[in-house]
Design a protein around this ligand. Sequence first.
Ligand code: PBG
Length: 338
Amino acid sequence: MDQQSTDVGGGTPWMSGPVVRPRRLRRTPALRRLVAETSLEARQLILPAFVREGATEPHPIAAMPGVVQHSTDSLRRAAAEAAELGVGGLMLFGVPEHKDAVGSGGTDPDGVLNLAIADVKAEVGDALPVMSDLCLDEFTDHGHCGVLDERGQVDNDATLVRYAEMALAQAAAGVDLVGPSGMMDGQVAVVRAALDAAGHTDVAVLAYAAKYASAFYGPFREAVSSSLVGDRRTYQQDAANGREGVREALLDVAEGADLVMVKPALPYLDVVRRVRDAVDVPVAAYQISGEYTMVELAAERGVIDRDQAIVETLTSIRRAGADVVLTYWATEVARNLR
Ligand code: PBG
């Protein structure tokens, strides 16, 4: 008999049972809870929310069942509810009524996003960290994340000037963290310098560091009523590259990022792990619109268990190394965790 086995008896000497039995610790829910390596807590979740200029009531987003473009009032209620439930933070996106080539709405103090920041801060104070998407795509008529040069290409350095102005507008509105998400080179350094020069040294930077050109952003295009023609492949990363994701994260940390993000989450869990191992700032991962919609539509069709899939995907993203996760299910999960 070898050392890994015992005789199970019963007169079947050719059949021996294992000594090592991992199943022992899986026998009851309490045992499984005792040895769980990964936790899922409300404070680790950030709720992304859309606010639509001029809306007097929430508008459902057809591509994302259960998610809406908020009115000012419904956004305040959603923020208060998230704070009440101990959600970790709120990430705001604006949907402006008017768009133009340079995304003027993003820097207008009366623009939809800047007003929403002030509104939400007035509602929740310091109980819920408020974050804002710092990118031009929601505000440009061409739908790109930056301004275009005369050949129609996204102009990196001209865009940086707009990002600096946008950071100042968001900081003036009272935001706690800005989220530069346009994947322009040098964006974190420029935003940090602009904030500091204006005395906003306490405003933190959550950098979308490794952001991939992904088909899973599909439903988001409807969520922000995007007018994008073409794609973002000249600035967002190629799915083939993992090492480059680490490089982008290290660059952002060197430029002053307080947290770095990997996005999307589920198709890039290896990148989440590599970034987690490479940096010493908190790492966020964004479970994006398409990841949300995949689960919702599959559940609608009755082919997967919705609640189990939600917890499983979030736990997997945490297990891969994300300290915090942006998820459209943040409030619901926080309530269920109560
Ligand atoms: C850029 C931005 C995008 C998302 C968040 N910030 C769209 C993009 O880069 O194409 C996508 C979020 C989601 O799909 O849930 N402003």
